[in-house]
Design a protein. Structure first.
Ligand SMILES: Nc1ncnc2c1ncn2[C@@H]1O[C@H](COP(=O)(O)OP(=O)(O)OP(=O)(O)O)[C@@H](O)[C@H]1O
Ligand SMILES: [Mg+2]
Lengths: 505, 349
């Protein structure tokens, strides 16, 4: 009794020289969950943007419930029952949940809005799909997971029959992600059809009925989840087998960075509570924890963006005061920010400008920027770190997520930093890119760089870290070695049970 | 219907759309002129001859271009860094009154070569000071500078009108509220003798190139652009946001103050409350027309001055109400802005 709700037929889209989508066909049944998988830049977002009417296909057509969708008309897409949850949320932080859900659903010419009716409808949908929200909460006060729930509710409020989610879990904690996928399955059982984009093979295997793999703008494979494996999918995505690299044993050198009883208080909140850690040359210290437990504060503190309230920090054996970003960079500390688009790059500026901005003094003579040297620096990064999709002079926002991350990694590693602070370095990256990033981090470790790896990905930390400390509620556990511990024990440590850490090293 | 930013601007479009804009604005203005009972084509002719038709007309247009370039630059520099300085008008007046006071009471005896540069600096400093107040309020208390700069315009104008009625009042002006004049050595040399066209225009054009150079080549220029485009990204990269904004404010306020200095020293030689026909506000339009590009500001200021002077001459010689001239100017600026928008964006249905 299968019923096709969506039929994408022979759709192509070209951006200048890149063929982002090449005669793609795809169909979706009622109640089905499809995962769209593919490397960074494979064309997943482009395809979904055409479905939603943000881009107009160069050729091909899309039909919903058997009716051809007029191209390039978001309004028509919404009316046809397509709901989209973008990776970057499009909600207004200063409005309430209800206001956010209702905006755009009523005609502008209506003299007043029917809030009571809207509220009733929101509550009804919320109950039906088990998506709990409080309609009067200010959106900006909600956690990222809750905000995403509001995005989904908004789509459902608009009578979506087909829900599209672009990398929904890239910003969620593992717990939030599990919860969300539970909701999605529930919705599918009630007859909704769902397409989601993800780079995480585990969640793809666990949630999707069918998996569609894109590579270089083409559909290269389609598999039922029950008849494929993570290894096969990873291979299909990149066209070769990818294996995440593993760290080889090494003897770390001198302590380069040490924090003793460091506390960070911001606006009356203690983000870090008397944390102790030290970092040796040529080793990776993994900080594992569910996001929101002080990771951001730790990254800002070590990256020169926050001042400690108490405690001592020693850098290369010398006690130091509060360093500015410029001093931190000048001291040979590289930084990979957790939020690429928000902190890592300035989208409207050129790749070369993004490359030199944090080390601007080095590229400045008598107040003038040495543009030639900057371009050359960017060219070296692009070549050395395999950044694809742009030249030094092109705007950085045109790069796909993975390539942007390679550029950020490159601008830090190309100068052989003594310390690298990497916050969630593989977030939002495809399997191949993750392997590449890990390989680069390990290469830096081999070359003697001390790496502070802040991550919530267990596999990542287990594979890369020489020592691991868990972070919970702003506290750091004593360090443990990955060999002496299993994933379950690490899980307990992340929950604040430090018993497992009694063999601290 | 949506707008999508063009990655490449076709050159034909860049040339054609402004022309279409002028045509549309003339057509609209033509309707009004016809309603006022004047011959439309003659009126258009008068706009052109009024702005270019004689040596006098050309010099008058160019003389008006000078302050517009400076206020246009003031807005462009600030807006690029997302510092919303709407206060160029007040900064202009404060610059002007500072120059009049300094020339009359401090530097009056100095020869022109010394006094003129000193007065330029004085005017610029006065403009800077007036913008530093809103900047401080923004950095310290997050007060929106759109509101504070706008309100300070009225404060500045009232302050000036108090001064020219009291301590800085010209005793020889038969009781008119006007300031003491600048010393004769401080009057700007004329580019063309016996016209109103003075070297302020050259100063303004040179400054446009200087600002362009600063923005495109210096570390400060790069940092101020970064701070405007993505403050948190800029902070992550170590751009000192406060200091960068401070420099931007000094540059922007200084340029606006200089506009006042140039008007006093080049045209009027004293300050009244009618010194500026809204140059400060028009500067915002000029900057937008120029897409915040400092060299574009020169052309945009010229266009704006042509419309001002031409429309003025038209209304005078045909005896149509002067508000039609104002509407014509406003229409032309508006259609030009829309046209420039369409060269940068395309419509998607
Ligand atoms: N507006 C645009 N202009 C020019 N090129 C673009 C544009 N949007 C996307 N591209 C290019 O098209 C290709 C596909 O991009 P798309 O965003 O669809 O990739 P993706 O599969 O979503 O990647 P990611 O996993 O990194 O999000 C990339 O090479 C990208 O650089
Ligand atoms: Mg994408």
């Amino acid at each position: 009794m299968s019923e096709t709700v969506l039929d994408i037929s022979q759709v192509s889209k070209r951006f200048g020289a890149t063929l982002a989508n090449d005669t793609i066909s795809l169909s979706l049944e009622r109640g089905e969950i499809i995962a769209l998988l593919g490397e960074n830049g494979a064309g997943k977002t482009t395809l979904m943007s055409m479905l939603f009417g943000h881009y107009t296909p160069d050729s091909g057509h899309i039909s919903v419930m058997g009716r051809v969708l007029p191209p390039g008309r978001p309004k028509a897409a919404i009316r046809a029952g397509i709901g989209m949850v973008h990776q970057h949320f499009s909600l207004a932080p200063n409005l309430s949940v209800l206001e956010n859900v209702m905006t755009g659903t009523e005609s502008l010419w209506r003299p007043w809005s029917d809030r009571a009716k809207g509220r009733a409808r929101l509550m009804e949908i919320s109950a039906r799909f088990g998506l709990k929200v409080s309609p009067d909460a200010r959106l900006g006060d909600l956690s990222v997971g809750e905000q995403q729930r509001v995005e989904i509710l908004k789509a459902l409020y608009n009578d979506a029959k087909i829900l599209v989610l672009d990398e929904p879990t890239a910003v969620l904690t593992n717990v939030e992600a599990e919860h969300m996928f539970g909701n999605l399955k529930d919705m599918a059982r009630q007859g909704l059809s769902i397409i989601f984009i993800s780079h995480k093979l585990d969640e793809v295997m666990a949630t999707a009925d069918r998996i569609v793999v894109l590579r270089g703008g083409r559909v290269v494979a389609e598999r039922r989840a029950v008849e494929t494996s993570k290894a096969e999918l990873a291979g299909l995505m990149v066209g070769r087998e990818v294996k995440r690299p593993l760290r080889e044993p090494a003897t770390p050198g001198a302590v380069v960075l040490e924090a003793k009883a460091v506390t960070l208080r911001e606006g009356g909140v203690e983000r870090l509570k008397a944390v102790d850690f030290h970092l040796r040359a040529g080793e990776v210290l993994g900080i594992i924890g569910v996001s929101g437990n002080g990771q951001a504060a730790l990254a800002r503190l070590t990256g020169g963006l926050a001042r400690r309230s108490a405690g001592e920090i020693t850098l290369f054996g010398q006690p130091v005061g509060d360093l500015s970003v410029r001093e931190v960079v000048g001291a040979g500390i590289g930084r990979i920010p957790e939020d690429r688009n928000h902190d890592g790059v300035i989208g409207e500026m050129a790749i070369w400008e993004n490359g030199v901005l944090e080390r601007l003094p080095e590229f400045t003579r008598g107040g003038l920027v040495d543009r030639k040297a900057g371009m050359e620096f960017a060219r070296r990064i692009i070549e050395g770190f395999d950044v694809r999709g742009g030249t030094p002079a092109s705007r950085i926002r045109l790069l796909s997520g993975g390539n942007m991350q390679k550029l950020i990694l490159g601008r830090n590693l190309i100068e052989h930093p003594k310390i690298l602070i990497a916050a969630q370095p593989a977030r939002g990256l495809d399997e191949g890119a993750v392997a590449a990033v890990h390989e680069r981090i390990l290469a830096a470790r081999r070359a003697g760089t001390a790496v502070l790896l802040i991550s919530e990905d267990l596999d990542e930390v287990m594979a890369l870290a020489d020592r691991i400390q868990a972070i919970t509620g702003g506290r750091l556990s004593p360090p443990v070695r990955p060999e002496g511990i299993n994933a379950r024990q690490l899980g307990l440590m992340m929950a604040g049970e430090w018993g497992a850490a009694e063999h601290a090293v | 219907m949506r707008f999508e930013r063009r990655e490449h601007i076709p050159p034909a479009l860049a040339v054609l759309t402004p022309l279409i804009a002028v045509a549309i604005s003339l057509a609209l203005a033509g309707g009004l002129i016809a309603l006022a009972g004047a011959p439309v084509l003659t009126a258009f002719g008068k706009i052109i001859t009024g702005a270019f038709g004689s040596k006098l007309a050309v010099t008058e247009t160019l003389a008006r271009t000078a302050p517009l370039i400076l206020t246009g630059l003031a807005a462009a520099v600030a807006f690029r860094a997302r510092l919303w300085n709407i206060g160029a008008e007040g900064q202009l007046y404060l610059g002007a009154i500072a120059v009049a006071a300094a020339s009359a009471h401090l530097f009056g005896g100095l020869p022109g070569v010394v006094q003129i540069p000193l007065l330029f600096v004085t005017g610029a400093l006065a403009g800077m000071v007036l913008l530093l107040i809103p900047l401080w309020l923004r950095l310290r208390f997050q007060v929106d500078e759109v509101v504070t700069t706008l309100l300070l315009n009225f404060v500045a104008l009232l302050f000036v009108s108090m001064l020219i009625d009291t301590v800085l009042k010209d005793p020889l002006a038969f009781g008119w509220p006007q300031s003491v004049p600048v010393a004769s050595q401080a009057e700007l040399p004329k580019i063309i003798p016996r016209s109103r066209l003075h070297i302020g225009l050259l100063v303004a054009v040179v400054l446009a190139f200087v600002v362009h150079f600063i923005q495109s080549r210096t570390a400060f220029g790069l940092q101020s652009r970064a701070a405007g485009l993505n403050p948190s990204g800029a902070a992550f990269a170590g751009v000192p946001l406060g200091r960068t904004l401070l420099l931007v404010a000094m540059l922007s306020g200084g340029l606006a103050g200089l506009a006042g200095a140039v008007e006093v020293m080049g045209i009027t030689s004293y300050v009244t409350t009618e010194l500026s026909p809204g140059y400060g506000y028009s500067g915002i339009v000029v900057a937008m027309l120029a897409g915040l590009n400092p060299l574009g500001v020169v052309l945009a200021a010229l266009f704006t001055a042509v419309m001002f002077v031409g429309a003025d001459a038209m209304s005078r010689s045909l005896a149509v109400p002067s508000y039609i001239a104002d509407v014509t100017v406003a229409l032309s600026l508006l259609t030009m802005l829309v046209a420039i928008f369409f060269t940068q964006y395309r419509i998607r249905r």
